[in-house]
Ligand binder design. Structure first.
Ligand code: HEC
Length: 158
């Protein structure tokens, strides 16, 4: 009889212990992934921040969306054989215009500025390639220009 009681007591203590440690584990489960998540976020975005002021951020993003739209238009116009119209867009919206020069000069980061200027110059070269009405040359130049989009986005963030 005595032995049975002790067994039950130990059994109870054991189950309470199991429940408690399970609770502790689940509490840990909810903590660890959060920390893990933060760390992942930091590790994942290793790009160089430009540290640009808030009003300029929106301006830059709007400008970027316009770049993307210009690329879409250029591809569509190449498909339709409208090379002169594509060349005009490449120059006016992506090329090194006075407006783009001014915008690029506002960034403190020298390497970023250089990359931006090289990008706009490549868009003027794209405009020239488009004027030849040669699809292969045009696509080659477009590939070159888009290489700058890819490279800059891989390196910098706002
Ligand atoms: C010299 C650098 C540079 C070049 C070149 C560049 N971008 Fe960007 N772009 C940026 C930065 C910086 C951001 C902000 C990214 C961030 O903070 O995550 C950005 C953001 C964007 C966004 C997001 C806009 C939004 O509303 O969130 C788009 C779309 C974009 N760029 C398109 C393009 C395209 C298309 C090209 C090429 C034709 C291009 N960019 C060339 C630097 C560049």
């Amino acid at each position: 009889m005595e032995m049975k009681r002790i067994t039950i007591l130990f059994g109870l203590l054991f189950s309470v212990g199991t429940v408690l440690s399970a609770l502790a584990d689940s509490a840990e489960d909810t903590m660890v992934p959060m920390e893990h998540h933060d760390r992942m976020a930091k590790e994942k975005d290793g790009r160089i921040p430009l540290g640009i002021p808030e009003p300029m951020k929106q301006h830059q993003l709007a400008n970027m969306r316009s770049h993307l739209e210009a690329i879409q238009s250029i591809i569509g116009l190449i498909g339709e054989g409208k090379f002169d119209a594509a060349a005009e867009i490449a120059h006016a919206r992506l090329g090194l215009t006075e407006e783009m020069k001014k915008m690029c000069s506002m960034f403190d980061n020298r390497d970023f500025r250089r990359l931006g200027l090289a990008f706009h110059e490549s868009a003027d070269a794209l405009a020239e390639a488009l004027k030849t009405k040669d699809v292969d040359k045009s696509l080659g130049a477009l590939h070159e220009t888009m290489g700058y989009c890819v490279r800059c986005h891989a390196t910098y963030r706002q």
